[in-house]
Design a protein around this ligand. Structure first.
Ligand SMILES: *[C@@H]1O[C@H](CO)[C@@H](O)[C@H](O)[C@H]1NC(C)=O
Length: 739
């Protein structure tokens, strides 16, 4: 499609603002996929035709039936994953044309929503660094409006934002004059100060000192938990807080900290600053608040009276902008005359700035960002994942796409009202009762009452006829924090996979909701995550049963001399080589790939398995598994261990019992199984058990960090001996099965 529009066709045609390309290697990939599929079919045939008779060897019969089911499930899941490899596309934007076609003064207004929920988990300095990074976007400040939603209604966060609004008067001109990147002061000053070319060392030093003062002031208030006296003339906002206010029980508070209509709020160079608004919606213990979805909907309403910009961007408070041009990039999609009218939202990838080289958790998710998401985009519908996303305001408000729909890019609020009037008016929009008996949370705004409301909201927008776009620039748009403890990751994935499974089994399933509205490939693409949890069942089976049979000398795979071994060998070798090649091509190292495989295995045998159990248990009315562990905050020792590549286990948890049981059991099977075969039968005896031996060794190899934590490590991040003890009980009872 690139460059296909002919200028001046049908009057004032403007040149395209973005281009879409397809990589060439897709034919080769599709051929490869066909051979894998043939291999899978042969495996199914083998499984169906090689079930041993029931009498005599009962273990072999049961195991073979189970493996038939497991292989069928794996194969079907593999077919789903084809959708996220089939049709990747790559987008490029032409920002310079944007400025050429639309004068700066014709660019649309943009409202930016930053969501914060808990000042203990999200320290105020982190929040205001994010706020400052988005206030400093390379965009006309009179068109930029930044809203912070503080769901805890914390006076300390408000104080930090007030300090940030003062600091912005120095920071924003500094960024713009010297073209500083990144524009989060925390990230900029953390980057071992390579002073900017254009910027004199004195200037840089002065800025650094101002930032240090800000940090000291804010942190001392955080430690004291109390606001210092602020001169009355300076800010009236602080009077909103009193002793009766708590994070779960407070009235609505709206404060316009920087009002662009007020002439006196300019930066040190005399330029206007972006509007800055603090919002804490009303919260009462007896009223549902719907978490982040609730605060996004409150922000949509508040911003509609204060700025009402046609474009809305939202970002989590721990994810700063690393690219000051992201707004212009996103607008290239919306404003393109030929291909832009039906684009509802533009999603940026999630990237991390705290991961170390060869991260033990395989956190660099390059394959997801460089392959999976471009494929969803290829089907016309990147999903919305709740942060780093630009929306048209109207799509969030339930607008259905039609050819006649014309966006009003010039919209905004007309007559200038005073900040006091606007604050009073907006307060009434964010009370607990405002949404009662309204379509908010159902047809309007972000969806309520379902897990993963972001994803459902995005899917609903696509079902209303809008397309979405994925944009992944070389310099990443947003950087956040990756979790750096195994417990955190497993818990996070349990929540996600449980949410996805519940969606897939409900009326919101992409196959039902999207039927006839979005492409089949996209429905399948959504279902790749949708069935994460189900895919755990065959994985768990494969981690236990073939090894158990190996220990008992029961063969459940073709013999090494049989031609049937070819499809098994081919599928395994080809699939893993392809996966490794993809990772390397997307910029991961081989070690990161290996670590990611380990996490893949860990998540499927714990998070996803428990998610499946809890979901089905919930449907049958059985209570939760209670296997969850409490997430603990990173301490400095844990951070050191992370940097050294040591896996962080920590407190006792059911998930770790599963992990260490699988690891120990396979170790026993490998040692005892190999010993038994070689002792009694010699190398000949290995023939019928060859693939099982390979599988068992592979599981042992991938579990290396578990053995380290069980046997060698003494630090607080290793596995508690109680876990070892319980696992040993499980392992012994499993081994008895084999005998
Ligand atoms: C973030 O921005 C900095 C400064 O421009 C750049 O050097 C870095 O590569 C960016 N990070 C990512 C992950 O793109």
């Amino acid at each position: 499609m690139a460059g296909s529009s002919t200028p001046a066709a049908g009057g004032g045609g403007r040149p395209p603002l973005f281009a879409t390309e397809k990589p060439k290697r897709m034919v080769a990939y599709r051929l490869y996929a066909c051979t894998i599929f043939a291999g899978i079919l042969l495996i199914w045939v083998y499984r169906a035709t090689h079930i041993p008779p029931r009498e005599g060897n009962s273990l072999g019969w049961r195991a073979s039936l189970g493996l038939l089911v497991a292989d069928v499930l794996f194969g079907l899941y593999w077919v789903l994953t084809l959708s996220v490899r089939w049709n990747p596309i790559r987008r490029t934007t032409f920002k310079d044309r944007l400025a050429g076609s639309y004068g700066e003064d014709q660019l649309p207004g943009v409202d930016i929503f930053v969501c914060a929920a808990d000042p203990a988990l999200e320290p105020p300095m982190l929040v205001i660094s994010t706020v400052l990074s988005v206030m400093a976007y390379d965009y006309p400040p009179e068109k930029l409006n930044v809203y912070l939603s503080d769901d805890a209604g914390s006076a300390v966060t408000f104080y930090a934002l007030y300090e940030a609004s003062e600091f912005a008067k120095h920071w924003i001109p500094f960024c713009k004059n010297y073209k500083v990147e990144p524009r989060s002061p925390a990230a900029y000053f953390a980057e071992a100060a390579t002073p900017h070319d254009a910027c004199s060392p004195q200037e840089s030093l002065r800025m650094k000192e101002l930032y240090k003062d800000l940090t000291d002031r804010v942190n001392s208030v955080v430690h004291a938990g109390k606001i210092p006296e602020v001169p009355e003339s300076n800010r009236r906002g602080f009077s909103e807080w009193n002793e009766t206010i708590s994070s779960e029980d407070h009235p609505s508070i709206i404060q316009i900290l920087i009002d662009r209509n007020e002439r006196k709020t300019v930066d040190v160079d005399g330029n206007v600053l972006p509007t800055l608004v603090y919002m804490a919606r009303e919260k009462r213990p007896q009223e549902k608040h719907n978490f982040k979805a609730g605060s996004l909907n409150a922000l949509i309403r508040v911003s509609s009276v204060i700025s009402n910009s046609p474009v809305i961007m939202n970002v989590d408070c721990d994810m700063y902008s690393n690219n000051s041009e992201s707004i212009r990039d996103a607008l290239c999609f919306f404003l393109d005359e030929e291909q832009g009218q039906d684009i509802g939202f533009v999603q940026y990838p999630q990237n991390f700035d705290n991961v170390v080289h060869n991260d033990i958790y395989g956190n660099p998710i390059n394959v997801v960002n460089e392959l999976d998401h471009p494929c969803l985009d290829g089907w016309g519908g990147m999903c919305y994942y709740g942060t780093g996303c630009f929306h048209r305001r109207e799509t969030l408000c339930g607008q259905i796409y039609s050819k006649d729909y014309k966006e009003d890019w010039a919209r905004g609020v007309g007559t200038a009202q005073s900040a006091d009037e606007l604050e009073e008016m907006s307060k009434s929009l964010v009370t607990c009762t405002y949404e009662h008996n309204t379509p908010w949370g159902i047809e309007t705004g972000v969806r309520y009452g379902c897990p993963l409301e972001d994803v459902i909201t995005g899917l609903q927008i696509q079902c209303r006829g809008w397309r979405s776009v994925y944009y992944n620039p070389v310099r990443k748009g947003f950087l956040g924090m990756a979790p750096t403890s195994l417990g955190q990751i497993l818990i996070q994935h349990k929540r996600w996979s449980e949410g996805f499974l519940q969606i897939s089994l409900s009326n919101y399933s992409p196959f039902l909701l999207g039927h006839g509205k979005i492409k089949l490939g996209l429905q399948m693409g959504y279902s790749v995550c949708g069935f994460w949890a189900l895919n755990s069942l065959p994985t768990f089976y494969y981690a236990i049963i073939p090894s158990l049979c190996f220990l008992g000398g029961v063969s459940v795979f073709p013999e090494i001399t049989s031609p049937w071994i070819i499809p098994f060998g081919y599928v395994a070798v080809a699939a893993y080589s392809c996966s490794l090649a993809e990772s390397l091509q997307c910029g991961d190292t081989a070690v990161e790939w290996w670590n990611a495989q380990r996490m893949w295995f860990f998540r499927r045998t714990t998070s996803y398995l428990l998610a499946a159990i809890d979901t089905f248990g919930g449907m049958l009315g059985v209570s939760e598994s209670g296997f969850d562990l409490t997430v603990k905050v990173n301490d400095s020792q844990a951070l050191e261990r992370y940097k050294k590549g040591k896996m962080e286990f920590g407190p006792i948890s059911g998930m770790f019992v599963i992990l260490s049981t699988i690891a120990l059991f396979n170790l026993v099977c490998m040692v005892a199984g190999l010993g038994r075969v070689l002792w009694f039968e010699g190398a000949e005896g290995l023939g019928p058990l060859f693939l099982q031996a390979v599988l068992c060794v592979a599981i042992v190899a991938i579990n290396a960090p578990v053995y380290e934590a069980l046997f060698f490590r003494k630090d607080s991040g290793s596995l508690p001996s109680f876990v070892t003890l319980i696992s040993l009980c499980f392992v012994s009872s499993l081994c008895l099965q084999a005998i």
